[in-house]
Design a protein around this ligand. Structure first.
Ligand code: LLP
Length: 470
């Protein structure tokens, strides 16, 4: 039984060891909510000056709620921190990774705030362009780009194409030649480093679909091949090692291996790689287990790594590029759900779990089912004096793995009609959403200064039936 100052009454073995018994189950866990989130005088949660009740009255439930100021402040914090830290070297650029979450308004914010945009499909590129992101600030990724995607990128003037395989070199070169243009390219190389959360693996083999291997010599061959094609300009190299990473050790090993390749390219071809993009992957806090760094601490530590490695190899400092997605979008957003049914399940003598069913689920947040991700939640419609109960927040889908929040405490009197919020759902939730069980995708709104502005409207049954040809 878990120890607690209030005694055995509060013990519940259903809670995992990492989950602290809350001193105040109504309190917002510090660091978990967007900057403009607080409890209003009536106890209801307020985001950007609007209560959770008012938001759902206006746009319905469930709803993804983006705190505009928070989103943009995070984006600017990354841009400023990296530009400042790398100024004494040769500078750095920050692009927002659209895959985390994209809409035309997000593209506009990022354009206004001076970031670039990393896109990995024609669809993401189209949203970026429609949102007013200047094409030359966009980078097209993808391990299986279609000819049409490459052609559109070149016609629109997309800044860079990241070449992901040896055979893609000729494809991009041929299309650029046909269009009478020069494609600026980066080579995505695999350093053998794979990092997730607190762990990273650095091995010689790279058993995954992205990039061109450094260890097999393919990356050097690729650089030579690019330099042979007049319609291609080799801007530099790209390396992305993983996602939800908390320390810079994996980046350090990857940077060392990639810079060693820059050196070999220079020795073999006489050409310098001016740009080095180290991807994204910076971790965020989903619950009390996570302790992310600040953008400044990350930038300072990465700049120091690049300074040391380039000095050791006697290389000129490249211009660095970074592509954070999750760390900008994730913490700015929360999902408001309405509780439908609750069910207490007795698991043993000191084990019980309150199942709280909400009006969404794995169709708007697949991360719990797909990655075993841990989320938190909070009663948003009111405060409560009830004892904290161990809850599992589940959705409305016909599947027992339809879990949104595996383990958290909520007041035991949480009931039908209550609003609960799940924080840090801004990255890879809406962008991975589905229509499983023909559940329409939720609305996405941004809030700022007391105003709710719908960003992507809720899907309707008519939307779902529109493509059904009978
Ligand atoms: N750049 C490249 C080339 C990437 O492949 C990614 C993510 C990023 C940047 C942005 O990484 P971030 O800063 O967001 O970690 N669906 C998974 C994450 C997949 C990440 C794919 N690539 C999840 O929900 O955890």
């Amino acid at each position: 039984m878990r120890a607690h100052e209030a005694g055995a009454l509060h013990g519940n073995d259903a809670a995992p060891t990492w989950l602290p018994y809350p001193a105040d189950v109504n309190a917002l866990i510090p660091g978990l909510f967007s900057q403009q989130t607080r409890r209003g005088d009536d106890g209801a949660l307020e985001i950007g000056g609007v209560s959770a009740h008012a938001i759902l009255q206006q746009v319905g439930s469930p709803a993804f709620v983006i705190d505009e100021e928070d989103f943009r402040a995070r984006a600017r914090a990354f841009k400023d921190a990296f530009e400042t830290a790398f100024a004494p070297l040769n500078g750095a650029h920050v692009s927002y990774a659209a895959k985390a979450f994209i809409a035309t308004r997000i593209a506009r914010w990022m354009a206004e705030d001076g970031l670039g945009l990393d896109v990995c499909t024609g669809g993401e590129m189209a949203v970026g362009l429609r949102g007013g992101m200047p094409a030359d600030r966009m980078t097209l990724h993808g391990n299986n780009k279609s000819d049409a995607e490459i052609e559109r990128a070149l016609t629109e003037g997309v800044g860079r194409i990241v070449i992901d395989s040896l055979e893609e070199i000729d494809r991009v070169a041929d299309i650029a030649e046909r269009l009478g243009t020069t494609a600026h390219v980066l080579l995505r190389v695999t350093s053998g480093v794979e990092a997730h959360t607190h762990e990273f693996i650095a091995t010689a083999h790279e058993d995954q679909k992205f990039g061109i291997s450094i260890t097999t010599g393919d990356a050097l061959t690729a650089a030579e091949d690019v330099l042979k094609r007049p319609s291609l300009h080799l801007d530099g190299l790209h390396s992305h090692i993983g996602s939800q990473i908390f320390d810079t050790h994996g980046f350090e090993v990857a940077a060392r291996r990639v810079l060693a390749l820059v050196k070999r390219i220079q020795e073999t071809t006489g050409r310098t790689c001016e740009h080095l993009v180290l991807g994204g992957g910076f971790g965020v806090m989903y619950n009390t287990q996570h302790t992310p760094s600040t953008p400044t601490a990350l930038a300072d530590s990465l700049a120091e790594i690049i300074r040391i490695e380039c000095t050791d190899l006697d290389l000129p400092f490249p211009v660095l590029g970074f592509e954070p997605g999750r760390a900008i979008a994730g913490p700015s957003t929360q999902t408001l759900y309405t509780v439908g049914t609750t069910k207490m399940v007795e698991l043993g003598p000191a084990q019980r779990r309150l199942y709280v069913s909400v009006d969404g689920g794995m169709s708007d947040n697949i991360r719990t089912a797909l990655y075993d991700a841990d989320y938190s939640c909070l009663l948003a419609s009111r405060t409560s004096d009830a004892e904290p109960a161990v809850v599992r927040v589940v959705g409305k889908h016909c599947e027992s793995g339809d879990i949104v929040v595996k383990d958290e405490y909520l007041p035991a009197d949480v009931h039908r009609g209550d609003i609960i919020t799940v924080p840090v759902t801004g990255a890879y939730c809406y962008s991975l959403a589905s229509n499983y069980n023909h559940v329409p995708r939720p609305v996405v709104v941004s809030v700022a200064d007391g105003e709710v502005s719908p960003m992507i409207r809720r899907e309707t049954e008519d939307d779902l039936l529109a493509r059904d040809l009978g």
